[in-house]
Ligand binder design. Structure first.
Ligand SMILES: Cc1cc2nc3c(=O)[nH]c(=O)nc-3n(C[C@H](O)[C@H](O)[C@H](O)COP(=O)(O)O)c2cc1C
Length: 215
């Protein structure tokens, strides 16, 4: 008892807890997935007390001697393992590539074994988003396969519920498995209002789950 009294007198003041954040992690080469990430971040920040942390990943090269700069030339910073370890929740996005996520994002995920071993991601809410050129060219397969590593990490998966009116009315992107965007044949079609609304809804939903609200 005496020891605990002494300890309480001398215990250092605990540092103030950092504001919880949702990590919006994505890869984008032509900018569509990056635009979606910004809409998702806006949705996250609609939830009081929650902030969004936008991070990307470097491209991978077939030339193994070529390395990327540590800091990207533009846009958000590259994601570090600590960004992932310390997030309250995750929303992860990739262009559709042959019906699957892009290699740079998979390459990043393949470096997260230490987080898997420590169980750092268990019970954290997570969701996914994608952009594709063709309307039926693999958005849903990309979203579903992106969820697999997150399930291995023990994360709690959130999709989009049909209470979002855009899910029924969309003539472009938007799925119950996550947000999506139809970028069109030239990959330049802008993110439309329905797609943007669903992106915001997804970010907001993950942030609400992180904050312990019911959805
Ligand atoms: C290697 C490669 C594979 C692709 N595979 C598909 C595909 O399977 N289905 C599709 O609709 N679009 C496919 N695309 C097109 C991209 O998904 C599309 O341009 C996307 O909007 C790019 O996103 P970004 O602007 O974020 O880079 C592919 C593009 C590349 C470079």
């Amino acid at each position: 008892m005496a020891a605990s009294k002494t300890a309480s007198k001398t215990a250092p003041k605990t540092a103030p807890k950092a504001e919880p954040y949702v990590l919006v992690l994505y890869y984008s080469r032509q900018g569509a997935t990056a635009t979606m990430a910004q809409h998702i971040a806006r949705g996250v920040e609609l939830v009081p007390g929650m902030s969004a942390r936008l991070r990307t990943v470097p491209a991978v090269s077939a030339n193994t001697e070529q390395t990327e700069d540590d800091i990207p030339a533009e846009g958000p910073l590259y994601c570090e393992l600590a960004d992932l370890r310390d997030c309250a929740g995750l929303v992860m996005g990739s262009p559709t590539r042959f019906g699957n996520m892009a290699a740079p994002l998979k390459y990043f995920l393949d470096q997260t074994s230490s987080l898997w071993l420590s169980g750092a991601m268990i019970d954290k809410p997570a969701a996914v988003f994608t952009s594709s050129t063709s309307l039926h060219g693999g958005q849903e397969s990309t979203l579903l396969t992106m969820l697999l590593p997150l399930l291995h990490h023990g994360m709690l998966i959130a999709g989009l519920p049909y209470s979002e009116p855009g899910l029924m009315s969309t003539t472009s992107g938007g799925t119950p498995y996550g947000a999506s965007h139809w970028a069109g044949g030239d990959s330049k079609r802008p993110v439309d209002e329905v797609e943007a609304t669903l992106c915001r809804a997804l970010g907001q939903r993950v942030a609400r789950l992180c904050a312990g609200w019911s959805t």
